[in-house]
Structure formats: C-alpha cells, structure tokens
Design a protein around this ligand. Structure first.
Ligand SMILES: CC(C)(COP(=O)(O)OP(=O)(O)OC[C@H]1O[C@@H](n2cnc3c(N)ncnc32)[C@H](O)[C@@H]1OP(=O)(O)O)[C@@H](O)C(=O)NCCC(=O)NCCS
Length: 182
C-alpha cells in the first residue's frame, strides 16, 4: 500500500488519499461506471479509458481516495509532457510547462468530503514539483459542482464555451502555478 498523501474527514469518517497503482485499473473503471450511472447529465463527463489509465500510471499522477481498502474516488493528472492529452498544448502553450487535471470522479455516497478540491491541491503540488507553471482543466459550464470547486482552488476561465470532445460544451480553465508560493 502506498503512502498516505492526505486525509479528509466528515461526520467522524476519515478517508485517505494515496497514489493508485496500475493493478487497481479494474477498480478504477468499475468506480467510473458507478459514477457515470448516477450522473444527472451525461454531457458533463467524458470517461477515461483503460489505455489512458495504463499510460498515466507510468507517466503521470493518478491518485485515489480510500475508505479502508475501498476505492471511492479517483483523479488523474497528466503531467507536463508533450502529448495530445495536454490541454495547454491545444491552446498553443509549451506542453512541457502545462499539466492537465484530466479526470476526477467521486462515488455519490462520498460526495461532500471536499475530495475534488483535495485532489486539485495535490495535483498542483505534484505539477509544481515537476516544473509545470500551469494546471489546465475543462469543465462543462453547467457542472456547477466541479466548476465551483475549480474556481475555489484558483482556476479561472481561459476560454469559455468551447466545443470539445466531439461537440461537448466546455469552459477551458487554467490555474497559474507560482513556484515561489504554496
Ligand atoms: C464533481 C465531483 C467530483 C464533486 O465531488 P466532491 O468533491 O465530493 O464535491 P464537494 O465536496 O464539493 O460537494 C459539495 C456539496 O455538493 C454536493 N455535490 C457534489 N457533487 C454533486 C453532484 N454531482 N450532484 C449533486 N450534489 C453534488 C455534495 O453532496 C456536497 O453537499 P453538502 O455540502 O450538502 O454535503 C462529483 O460530483 C462527481 O464525481 N461528479 C461526476 C463526475 C464529474 O462531473 N467530474 C468532473 C468532470 S469536470
């Protein structure tokens, strides 16, 4: 079991956030299926693929929140490297400086622990350590939960109302990472 990066608590229950291993890929996909089944508006979320998890387990930052041994939330950040999954690159920035907060999902029973914001903070920390100067994300303008969390952690809208991922409406958000501030 990997080291605990952070813990979050609510109503006397504590969850631990740890790096997730490739061996947990089926659990990640199964959690994603449960989350997708419960999403009110399917347009809000683009599923990650098994291949993306495999690639990112090796090259990026994949973390999960655990209730004991049970994976209850997951986040994938594509680190600052030259690849097609870099959102900053799509907008003309140097991909070696741009990390991408690519996916996040929380089991409906575990909403409200502030997990998305905890994941963003850990992604920002990791991206900074890796030499990134910005963290990018795309969020549906109607996904008020995710939008609010991103804004509260310092993301702002770089381009609003873009059509991405085969015609889905998205706000392109960026968070500037300053190496001299925490
Ligand atoms: C977006 C998401 C990750 C936020 O989860 P989270 O970090 O647990 O949310 P928060 O801790 O900010 O929750 C704050 C409040 O909003 C509620 N909330 C959060 N997401 C909600 C949702 N999708 N539907 C209804 N209520 C929701 C929580 O229950 C909590 O309510 P409370 O204050 O009464 O306890 C989660 O809703 C989710 O997995 N959504 C589906 C996938 C998705 O949209 N991913 C982001 C794509 S950009």
């Amino acid at each position: 079991m990997s080291e605990i990066l952070k813990t979050v608590s609510k109503n006397g229950k504590t969850l631990s956030i740890r790096k997730t291993a490739l061996s947990e890929r089926e659990n990640i996909l199964s959690l994603q299926r449960e989350v997708v089944n419960a999403i009110a508006n399917k347009e809000w979320f683009v599923e990650i693929t098994a291949d993306e998890i495999t690639e990112s387990a090796d090259m990026d930052f994949i973390i999960g929140a655990y209730d004991g041994d049970r994976l209850v939330a997951f986040s994938l950040t594509v680190l600052n490297r030259d690849c097609d999954r870099s959102v900053g690159k799509k907008y003309g920035f140097d991909p070696e400086k741009c990390a991408t907060f690519d996916s996040v999902f929380v089991h409906p029973e575990y909403r409200g622990f502030g997990l998305q914001q905890a994941f963003i903070e850990l992604a920002k920390q990791k991206a900074r350590e890796n030499g990134a100067t910005s963290l990018w994300a795309t969020v549906s303008p109607y996904n008020i939960y995710s939008h609010r969390n991103c804004e509260q952690r310092g993301f702002y809208c770089y381009k609003c109302n873009e059509y991405l991922y085969g015609g889905r409406l998205r706000d392109v958000l960026v968070l500037e990472i300053r190496p001299d501030f925490t």
